[in-house]
Design a protein around this ligand. Structure first.
Ligand code: GSH
Length: 210
């Protein structure tokens, strides 16, 4: 059985939880409190030297870091991970876009505005850039979604899961989505997918961090 090291409040960790739930894959969840440095302990660093969650123990002592790599591993061989060459490249394109254009802006705004007390004041110099670049990314998504129901392969894939995680948190951290009707319709489509779980959901198999 897989073990997922995850922080319940982390959008990147939520991607893995959402894919595992959607595919009905049982797993053990180890809750790591990143705000208390639990991803930076010597023991955790032996598992992921980069000191971050999510982290999947795919087999004994075989660890996979990086949320989007975890998605490819979990979903391999299912319709969520397109095999057709061009569809796979499309999915990858959107997943790289997510890491470079969406997550560093909406993810950063979510972290500092929603999770860190006094974060708005501490990061006031950065907030304007995050908002500008986050809106730019939402605009790119809006253009695509005004012509397509999903991001790649013409159906729901891990590219949608990757982009959903932080887009669905955008309104919690100052982003206004009224100007993005296609993005809002897509958010609803993802939430209507079978097996969907919300960010605060966790599986029965919860084990204490070691
Ligand atoms: N590119 C990585 C980013 C992972 C990441 O930023 N993880 C954050 C939580 S969302 C974390 O573990 N932060 C704790 C730390 O850096 O100490 C991914 O997609 O998994």
């Amino acid at each position: 059985m897989y073990t997922l090291y995850s922080d319940q409040r982390s959008g990147n960790s939520y991607k893995a939880r959402l894919a595992l739930a959607r595919l009905g894959i049982p797993y053990r969840l180890v809750e790591i409190n990143i705000l208390q440095g639990e991803s930076r302990t010597p023991e955790f660093l032996t598992k992921n030297p980069n000191g971050q969650v999510p982290l999947l123990e795919a087999a004994p002592d075989r660890y996979i870091a990086e949320s989007n790599a975890i998605l490819w591993y979990i979903a391999g061989g299912t319709t969520l991970a397109p095999e057709d060459r061009i569809d796979r490249a499309d999915a990858l394109q959107w997943m790289f876009f997510e890491q470079h254009s969406l997550e560093p802006n909406i993810g950063a705004a979510y972290f500092w505005l929603c999770l860190i007390k006094g974060g708005r004041e501490l990061q006031s110099h950065a907030l304007e850039d995050w908002m500008e670049n986050g809106y730019r990314a939402l605009g790119v998504m809006e253009t695509h979604l005004s012509k397509h129901d999903f991001f790649a392969a013409g159906h729901f894939t891990i590219a949608d899961i990757a982009l959903y995680a932080y887009t669905h948190l955008a309104e919690r951290c100052d982003f206004e989505l009224t100007r993005y009707p296609a993005v809002r319709r897509w958010l609803q489509r993802v939430a209507d997918e079978p097996g969907y779980v919300a960010m605060d959901w966790h599986p029965e198999q919860l084990v204490a961090a070691r």
